[in-house]
Design a protein around this ligand. Structure first.
Ligand SMILES: *Cc1c(COP(=O)(O)O)cnc(C)c1O
Length: 223
């Protein structure tokens, strides 16, 4: 692919701006997280040089290693966006600026413990609004109890809900899933909505996303 990361970033930013304009929302109300999983540190440096500061990683060790390798990039924020096993929490608890895939109390407890002495970690509870049997995330009906248990833990700050609905070309279906997440978050008093990827971030913004997680459109296909 001949297009540079900087050009792709500019194109995605423009699409975010246009989606915000259509929705009557200020562009500052949406944070673009550049999902760099499985991509080399060199591409992250290129995006950083073009002004990008928020990066998303799925895998605990990969996040740890990249954070170490890129430690000199001041102001870079790492978003842990993939499911975590309890024994891998230690790799991300300190370097992450936010965790987007909280759906197990044991992981929350471990994060809470490992975050001791540091500022509280902003967390998003992941909800399965696509109704898929195989996917991670809480059932919508389980969200209330889960939030109540996590809210008791020090070191974590619940800020919103996150979802990764299955990609679909059915616009109404995609918007419906995002709307479900928005309504759930509102019901539980959570202001942030982490939803939307390369395939559907504009629809997510139309439905109120405050964080979109975009990988492929910025860094190309993953092997
Ligand atoms: C990989 C991933 C993304 C980015 O997906 P793209 O289709 O590459 O934009 C966003 N969120 C999560 C949780 C992911 O795992």
């Amino acid at each position: 692919m001949s297009t540079s990361v900087a050009e792709r970033l500019a194109a995605v930013r423009r699409r975010v701006e246009e989606a915000c304009a259509r929705a009557g929302r200020p562009v500052e109300s949406v944070t673009l997280v550049a999902v760099s999983k499985l991509k080399p540190a060199a591409l992250i440096r290129e995006a950083y040089a073009a002004g990008q500061r928020d990066f998303g990683e799925n895998y605990a060790q990969e996040l740890r290693d990249k954070a170490a390798e890129l430690a000199e990039l001041e102001g870079l924020r790492w978003h842990a966006i993939g499911p975590l096993q309890t024994n891998k929490v230690k790799y991300v608890a300190r370097v992450a600026s936010a965790f987007h895939a909280l759906d197990r109390v044991e992981v929350a407890r471990e994060l809470s413990k490992r975050r001791e002495g540091a500022p509280p970690l902003p967390c998003y509870a992941e909800v399965n609004v696509g109704g898929e049997a195989t996917k991670s995330g809480l059932e919508p009906a389980a969200v209330g109890d889960f939030l109540a248990r996590v809210r008791e833990l020090p070191g974590l700050r619940l800020v919103g809900l996150m979802s990764l609905p299955p990609p679909t070309d059915d616009e109404a279906l995609a918007r419906g899933a995002f709307r479900t997440l928005r309504e759930l978050a509102a019901r539980h008093g959570l202001p942030e909505l982490s939803m939307g990827t390369t395939h559907d971030f504009e629809l997510a913004i139309a439905e109120g996303a405050t964080v979109v997680r975009v990988g492929t459109a910025l860094f190309g296909d993953r092997a």
